[in-house]
Design a protein around this ligand. Structure first.
Ligand SMILES: [Zn+2]
Length: 139
């Protein structure tokens, strides 16, 4: 059985909107919430040298976002990014796996493709391996 993560429906909408606003490049941000339930997404700037193929959040922005979470009493639960619409999967790329540095966090990968059957997929990435998680969407 897949381990499950819980997310508010609103977050789903936020991520799809963010990814579809710039479907030809990767978007990114962080996921936050309470008691393991993802209640909010915070978009971040993609500062990767090649944002069409990679994503990177500047360390300074991570620090700023962590301060924001503390202020709102939210937990840092994960990271999200999108794969551009010319890629047919929203699975972690070898690079996503190699660069994943939060083994306890959840990674959401979004596709901006309009008719994708699973527009958002969740993964746990640790020890160089990605494991897919089931997403339970709550109202
Ligand atoms: Zn990726």
């Amino acid at each position: 059985m897949k381990r499950a993560v819980r997310s508010r429906r609103k977050v789903y909408g936020q991520l799809l909107k963010h990814a579809r606003r710039q479907p030809h490049r990767e978007c990114c941000g962080i996921l936050a919430g309470q008691d393991g339930l993802i209640t909010q997404a915070f978009p971040a700037k993609n500062v990767a040298a090649d944002p069409v193929r990679n994503y990177e959040i500047a360390p300074k922005e991570i620090v700023r976002l962590m301060g924001e979470l503390r202020k709102r009493r939210l937990e840092f639960l994960g990271i999200y990014h999108s794969h551009p619409n010319w890629l047919d999967t929203n699975e972690p790329s070898p690079k996503d796996i190699a660069l994943a540095c939060y083994s306890e966090k959840i990674y959401f990968i979004v596709t901006p493709r309009p008719y994708a059957t699973t527009p958002i997929r969740a993964f746990s990435i640790r020890d160089g391996r990605a494991m897919e998680l089931e997403i339970q969407v709550l109202p």
